[in-house]
Design a protein around this ligand. Structure first.
Ligand SMILES: *Cc1c(COP(=O)(O)O)cnc(C)c1O
Length: 437
């Protein structure tokens, strides 16, 4: 197909994320991707600052990940998980159980992050049902949280910034607590925890679980908060008999500077969700982990089992490539990679704090955020990023980088330099342009 044809047919037939069909936003045609570069059909290369939404931690088209897929393909690409099992699933389960916080050794494999969250919610509700407290069936969530786009997950996203206000009347009504005060380094006071403590006190009789993104609130605002807050929140949950669900779909596998963000606070949540980077960005896959006593309580409840079982559960290709990704994480020394990126991001992004259109610059692990005062016009700024040879996709007032861990110092410096240049020229030329135009 010719490039024009692809674009026309794409616009005629395909929804893109949060996009209009009648007035479709521009899309660029990717021909291939390798390492930290996307190659467009017109021959241009873009230096990737997004890791395709936190996923491609080892870069694109990695030979070891490809080899794992090819090898598994020779045996089987898929087989149903009802009544059957296979070595890649078992090996992956053992590996994940060993690397995640203590006790999380019962795993449910599903095919996307949102489904992993649905499963986590089901586990929490089924648990309280099984212990004879079925009235404990509501969730408590943080404002500015994001947990996915399916109905159960939407219901625990921030009711305002969560993009799902439209569905408010059809969603189960859960409870929300103000987001923790910003700042990874912040020393927490009892005041900081007071709203959570109060809600738990008032509603513990009807609450199944608190669900949160540990340390980094991603799509709901790219906010960082303190491990002390998280640790005290975990204590409060335990005291009030409310389960804790840690949604590590964005933070898992090193992104925040710890292998799992829960490790910053040295906690083991009752339930943990993993996704995104789990296969190194190769195939959609996710996992929900919980503790033995929860799994066994559910298994001894009236249902006798966990009521979930997706068609592509435990897909062998995904399990094999996830194993290869975990091996790479270790052999590449992810901690060193992420520490280096953190240091470079701090140096390279800090000049932005002096720009009058910049509200705040923050870095944690391999995440760099430039928060602006005004939302950007996405189509316009994206065209400018592409013209300068980088792939960055802001949302609203947030321009952020989460590059693949394999990015070199020179590449990261270039990425940041070009990013700041584009921001400067965008703001120089946009005085009379409203964000919506
Ligand atoms: C992306 C994300 C999800 C949803 O995952 P999908 O694979 O898009 O369904 C859930 N929670 C968090 C924290 C995420 O970042």
């Amino acid at each position: 197909m010719l490039d024009d044809q692809i674009i026309v047919l794409d616009q005629q037939h395909i929804w893109h994320p949060y996009a209009s069909m009648d007035n479709p936003p521009p899309a660029y045609i990717v021909a291939s991707a390798s390492g930290v570069h996307l190659k467009l059909r017109d021959g241009r290369y873009l230096l990737d600052g997004m890791s395709s939404w936190w996923c491609t931690i080892h870069g694109y088209n990695h030979p070891r990940l490809n080899a794992a897929l090819q090898q598994q393909m020779q045996a089987m690409s898929h087989v149903m998980f009802g009544g059957l099992t296979h070595e890649p699933a078992v090996e992956l389960a053992v590996r994940l159980a060993n690397m995640t916080p203590a006790g999380l050794d019962k795993l449910f494999f599903s095919d996307s992050g949102s489904v992993a969250v649905e499963v986590a919610i089901k586990i929490a509700i089924q648990y309280w049902h099984a212990v004879g407290q079925p009235q404990k069936n509501r969730l408590l969530a943080l404002r500015h949280g994001y947990h996915g786009d399916t109905f159960g997950a939407m219901a625990v996203c921030d009711p305002v910034t969560g993009m799902h206000q439209l569905f408010r009347d059809t969603l189960p009504q859960h409870l929300f607590v103000p987001a923790p005060p910003a700042g990874f380094e912040r020393a927490c006071t009892t005041m900081d925890l007071a709203p959570l403590a109060q809600l738990l006190e008032q509603h513990q009789h009807e609450l199944a679980a608190l669900i949160l993104e540990p340390i980094v609130q991603g799509a709901g605002g790219m906010r960082f908060y303190s491990p002390q807050w998280l640790r005290q929140a975990a204590d409060l949950c335990r005291e009030h008999h409310v389960l804790l669900i840690a949604d590590e779909i964005a933070t898992g596998f090193g992104r925040s500077g710890a292998l799992f963000a829960c490790n910053h606070a040295d906690i083991s949540p009752d339930i943990m969700c993993l996704g995104k980077a789990i296969t190194g960005g190769t195939i959609s896959f996710a996992a929900t982990l919980t503790h033995g006593h929860i799994a066994s309580t559910i298994s001894n409840g009236t249902a006798g089992c966990l009521m979930h079982g997706p068609t592509f559960m435990g897909n062998p290709l995904a399990c094999s490539v996830a194993l290869a990704s975990l091996e790479l994480l270790q052999s590449n020394n992810w901690q060193q990679q992420v520490n280096d990126i953190s240091e470079w991001l701090n140096i390279e992004l800090s000049p932005a704090q002096y720009c009058d259109y910049v509200k705040h610059v923050r870095v944690l692990g391999a995440i760099g955020v430039i928060e602006l005062y005004q939302p950007v016009n996405l189509a316009r700024i994206q065209a400018m990023f592409v013209a300068s040879g980088i792939w960055v996709r802001p949302f609203g007032r947030l321009v952020y980088l989460m590059p693949p861990y394999i990015i070199s110092k020179e590449e990261l410096e270039q990425l940041c330099r070009l990013l700041l240049q584009v921001l400067a020229s965008y703001h120089k030329s946009s005085h009379h342009v409203s964000p919506m135009s």
